[in-house]
Design a protein around this ligand. Structure first.
Ligand code: DGJ
Length: 726
């Protein structure tokens, strides 16, 4: 709900209130964000004061330092020395800005963000507030858009900047959201890592100065995810105040928190100013990516469920998911680049009767690709490997009762390719030789003709073969940024323009082939974000398929993204990334919480192992309703203990599935009780593996007994079913 009372504006979700107020001098004050409170006059709620070395302004009938006023969208140059949300270089070449309230509008639904992924417009359930601020001397307007997702306790924000003057202006910085708190006792929580070690949970306390996370790689990155939370210093999974922030964007970003000299905190999220600038002609306007905010006073678990719910109810393809994820056999770890018709036939044959429904032909099938040195851009079958063309493979799949999926990497080009021979200037390049990474170059997606040609090539591929699944990979980050097609004053627009070009292609392809299930991937989880999830309902979580590492990666990823948005496969041991050998059952159970599949040479497995696959697939199908519709709870963190435990609970609380992974064997060690969450306190739950029935209350307060398994890297699972109430 959105309401107004005089100069105060209120946004309300089921459990939160967000309040702003127009001050007497026209500044837009941020008043409050937190647990829901009654709508009332909040003019008493201010800590503005006069401070030395902080210039004074006239506000609310007295003098106060601008440095002490919490603001909705702060600027630089007029006495607030904290980090600005927007920096505009005006026609006089200066960057002195001042934004004052002009008007506001409350509408049902949500303004569309043309060309950008964003939460869906739902006129029945969503209302939006747009507040227009004006810099009259600077000649530009800033419109702050807020949309309320009431049930999910999410507020979506984005900003529109319009040049209303007579001369050109440059945006040097434009955050998607900015939020001031009158406190600094927060932990800054983020998801950090590297290739094959993505999204590890890390937290550090704030102190005076700035903590920021960012990407300047042209992708949201393996290294730092576009998410951060400010939490109480003592917050846990189930207690404490938590503010979560995430961007619906997949390119360069920055999220930072600055603690001021007076102990206030300013949190900002948006495009990374280091690789950004945008020129606006008179009359032109600019849109930032969307940022999401949520608040929970029940710890991190509740914050995650807010993000999960808004994603699966309102985010593009995640909300539109048609049916369940296919259960895959992927060729990569089974064959790497060495794919052939013969090998595929043997693999398909060995998968017969196991319940696997889709074969995905990964890298190596196109152009004259033998390794990673050639053919990106030539999206037609490698005739040497597939003399009968891909038709034969699709026919084989049909013969074995499977659907056909294929790997592509549309944003890239190899020097050794027909595409490069035809268009050597289509890669991103400057005056220097462009830097290669994995022997490949990046296509200049700011150019419409490049996006157009790649669309035609991929569309032809999807049209000509019965493709039901696409794995969309992206195996390097951007260097040499800039484009021949842009004038000098627009070169720094490249990073954003590139991402907009990628989104244009994704939008067209996913709309034109709406029955195809697209999986996002970027060398594993290098682009795991809400931007990608708008177009693709699932993402290959990491190239690290080792079950023990995966438990950490999936646990970290679940902080923001729903389990059903992750994909996970059972792979061979010793594991190809870590050399570790884990039990077959551990690999299966670890992957069960995600979109499921296999990535190993099934024909080399014993009959007993194949039988286990049959059982695992059957089990996955049973767990699917919990995975897609249930609530996810983290019970024990692998980052702070030797145990990784999570739980899926049905929406109606009648069923639950508990996973416990032991990160290593501790000799001669005791057991412990694992407290469950989310059950009906008075419900009686039958625990299949223990053969007992207990109250939900007991299981949540006293817990389940856990004994260390005797094998290394063991897993214990529990299936709970509520007995009918008499
Ligand atoms: C990186 C992906 O994450 C892998 O799964 C595989 O598809 C390779 N690329 C292929 O080059």
């Amino acid at each position: 709900m959105i309401g107004e009372n005089g100069n105060t504006l209120y946004l309300e979700t089921a459990h939160t209130s967000y309040i702003m107020r127009v001050l007497s001098n026209g500044m837009l004050q941020h008043v409050y964000y937190g647990a829901r409170i009654p709508r009332e006059d909040m003019s008493y709620y201010q800590l503005f004061r006069e401070r030395s070395f902080s210039p004074m302004i006239q506000v609310e009938g007295r003098e106060a330092s601008a440095d002490t006023i919490p603001q909705e969208y702060p600027v630089f140059g007029r006495g607030d020395f904290r980090r600005p949300a927007v920096v505009v270089e005006t026609a006089d070449g200066r960057m002195v800005n001042e934004l004052l309230y002009q008007s506001h509008e409350i509408v049902s639904g949500k303004p569309a963000l043309a060309g950008l992924p964003s939460l869906d417009v739902d006129t029945r359930e969503t209302a939006s507030l747009s507040v227009t601020l004006l810099d009259s001397a600077g000649g530009y307007e800033v419109v702050l858009h807020y949309s309320v997702f009431e049930k999910e306790d999410i507020i979506a924000r984005h900003v529109e900047i319009r040049n209303v003057g007579k001369e050109g202006i440059w945006l040097r910085e434009a955050a998607s959201l900015s939020l001031d708190f009158e406190r600094k006792d927060f932990t800054f929580l983020s998801l950090s890592g590297a290739w094959a070690r993505e999204r590890q949970v890390s937290g550090r306390p704030l102190g005076q100065g700035t903590i920021s996370i960012e990407s300047r790689r042209g992708a949201s990155s393996h290294q730092l995810n576009p998410f951060a939370a400010l939490t109480d210093l003592s917050a846990t999974e189930t207690s404490g105040e938590v503010y979560g922030f995430a961007l619906v964007y997949s390119g360069d970003f920055r999220i930072g928190a600055e603690v001021s000299q007076f102990g206030s905190t300013r949190l900002q999220a948006g495009l990374n100013p280091e690789t950004f600038s945008w020129y606006l002609e008179p009359g032109e306007s600019f849109l930032t990516p969307e940022g999401l905010m949520t608040y929970s006073d029940y710890g991190l678990g509740e914050m995650s469920r807010h993000f999960h719910n808004v994603c699966r109810r309102h985010l593009g393809k995640c909300a539109d998911r048609r049916g369940r994820h296919p259960i895959l056999i992927n060729s990569w770890e089974a064959m790497y680049f060495d794919v052939s018709e013969e090998k595929i036939q043997t693999l398909l044959e060995s998968c017969q009767g196991l319940g696997i429904d889709t074969f995905v032909l990964d890298d190596g099938w196109f152009g004259h690709r033998r390794d990673d040195t050639s053919s990106l851009g030539d999206w037609f079958a490698n005739e040497e490997k597939f003399p009968g063309g891909l038709d034969r493979i699709t026919r084989l799949c049909r013969q074995y009762g499977m659907k056909f999926g294929i790997w592509i990497e549309p944003e890239m080009i190899s020097r050794d390719s027909h595409l490069y021979a035809e268009h050597p200037d289509w890669c991103i390049h400057g005056r220097r030789e462009p830097v290669e990474s994995r022997n490949q170059l990046v296509l200049d997606f700011s150019r419409q003709e490049v996006v157009e040609e790649i669309y035609e090539r991929i569309a032809a591929l999807l049209r000509n073969y019965a493709v039901s699944y696409v794995k969309w990979d992206c195996n390097r980050n951007l260097t040499d940024i800039g484009s021949d097609s842009l004038p000098k004053e627009r070169q720094r627009e490249y990073s954003y323009r590139h991402m907009l070009g990628v989104y244009r292609l994704m939008d067209r392809l996913t709309k034109a082939f709406s029955d195809v299930c697209f999986e996002g991937c970027s060398g594993g989880g290098g682009r795991f974000d809400f931007g990608m999830l708008y177009y693709m309902p699932q993402i290959w979580t990491s190239d690290d398929s080792d079950a023990v590492e995966r438990q950490k990666i999936q646990y970290g990823t679940s902080l923001v993204y729903p389990p059903a948005a992750m994909t996970a496969h059972v792979s061979a041991c010793p594991n190809h990334q870590t050399g570790r050998t884990t039990p077959f059952g551990t690999r299966g159970e670890t992957a069960q919480m995600c979109g499921y599949g296999y990535e190993l040479n099934v024909s080399a497995l014993s009959e007993a192992e194949r039988e286990r696959i049959r059982g695992q697939v059957k089990r996955h199908k049973e767990l699917e309703p919990l995975l897609y519709e249930g609530d996810f709870y983290r019970l024990k963190s692998p980052f702070t203990s030797e145990i990784c435990a999570w739980e899926l609970v049905a929406r109606d609380q009648t069923k639950a599935y508990v996973f416990v992974g032991f990160q290593r064997v501790i000799p001669n060690c005791g057991g412990e009780y694992l407290r469950l969450q989310g059950l009906k306190a008075e419900g009686r739950y039958r625990i299949r593996q223990l053969g007992t029935t207990q109250y939900g209350d007991t299981l949540m307060k006293a817990g389940l007994p856990l004994l260390m398994p005797e094998e290394e890297y063991g897993v214990t699972v529990f299936d709970l079913e509520m007995e009918d109430e008499e």
